[in-house]
Design a protein around this ligand. Sequence first.
Ligand code: SOE
Length: 402
Amino acid sequence: MTQESRPTLGVGMVGYSFMGRAHSHAWRNVGAFFDLPYTPAMVALAGRSRDQVVAAADRLGWRSAETDWRELIRRDDVDVVDICTPGDTHAEIAIAALEAGKHVLCEKPLANTVEEAAAMAEAAERARANGVRSMVGFSYRRVPALALARKLVADGRLGAIRHVRAQYLQDWIVDPDFPLVWRLDKDKAGSGALGDIGAHIIDAAQFVTGERILGVSALMETFVRERPLAEASTGLSAASTGDPGRGEVTVDDAALFIGRMSGGAVASFEATRFANGRKNALRLEINGSAGSLAFDLESMNELFFYDGTEGSEAAGFRRILVTEPAHPYAGAWWPPGHLLGYEHTFTHEVRDFLDAIGTDTDPSPSFADGLRVQEVLDAVTRSADRNGTWTTVGGPRTTPET
Ligand code: SOE
C-alpha cells in the first residue's frame, strides 16, 4: 500500500520537552521504515506558552499549535492523542481524550497514583468497547534485544526462572546545585527515581519473564533534600537574581527493593539517580535453571546469553549482536551490525500502536499493564514507609502487612 493510498490518521501531541521531541521524531520517520495501515499526520502540538509551542511545532514538524489540550481533543482532524507531559496531567488528559473517542498513547508511568491509574484503565476499557485503543509508553519493550530476551525466555531457553536482577542507574542530579526541576517535585512527578526509572525496570522484568511481581520489601532515600529553585518555577534566571532561592526535594533519589515473582523467581531492583558515572544504565540479568540472559541499555544492541545446557568445555556467556533481519524490528532499518539507538524504540512504539489501531487489536502495554506497574510502585512506597515491611502488590492499602 503506498503512502498516498493509505488512510490518514491525525495525531495531536501534548507536551514538547524530552519525550515530546522523542515522540515527534518517531511520528516523523515511522512511515519511511515500516509498512503502516495509516499515514500519521502530525496535525497539532499543544503547550501552554503560545510563543514556545509555536516554535516547537515548527521545529518538531507539527502543522499547527494549540495552547489548550482541550482544544486539541475537540478537533475533528485529531484521531490520536499522544501525551508527553509530566505525570500529574496524564489522568485528566487521557480520560478526556478517550471519552472524546480519541486513541491515546500516554507516556510512563501511567499516572502519579494508583487511583488515577485505575480510573485511566477503566476509561480505556470503556473506550475499547467502541474500538478506541490505548497504550502506555514503556518504550524499552521495543529495544530489539529486550524483545529477543522475552522470546528466548518464552521459548524455554532459560528453563525455570530463579533470579531477576534489575537496575536502572543514572547520575544526572549528583550535583547538589542541580536545580529543583519538575522530576524532583512529588506534586508533578508522583515520585522520584522510583516512578521515573524504577517503573521501567518493573515493566521490563515483567515483560521479559512473563511473570508478575507479587510482593516487595523496599527502602527509599533522598540524599540531597533541598536544591536551587529552577528558572521555570521562579520565572527568573539565576543570572538576573544571583540567588533564585532554594526549595525542598519531595521525592526519592534512590529506591531499592526485593520481590517475589508469580512464577517462583526472586527479584532485586535498584533505581537511582546517584550512580555517579552511570548515565542511562538499565541493566537486566535473568538466571534460569537452564541458562541466563544479561542486558545493559548503554550497549543496547547486545544481549548476552548463557546456555547452561552446553557442555562445560564450550559454555560461557556469548554476545548476540541483535541487528539481524530475524531479530525484532531490526530488519526494518539497516544491514546487520549497523546499530540502533534510543530514538528507534519510539518509532517501534508508534508503529506497533498504529498497527494495533489498524488491525482493531489491543496495543501492548495496555493501561491495565500500566496500572499493574503503578500498583508495584505503590507497594514499594508503602513498604519503604514502613521500614521495609513486606507488602503485597495490589493488596489492601490500609493495614500493614505482617
Ligand atoms: C529521566 O530519568 C529519563 O528521561 C526518563 O524519564 C525516561 O523515561 C528514560 O527513558 C530516560 O531517562
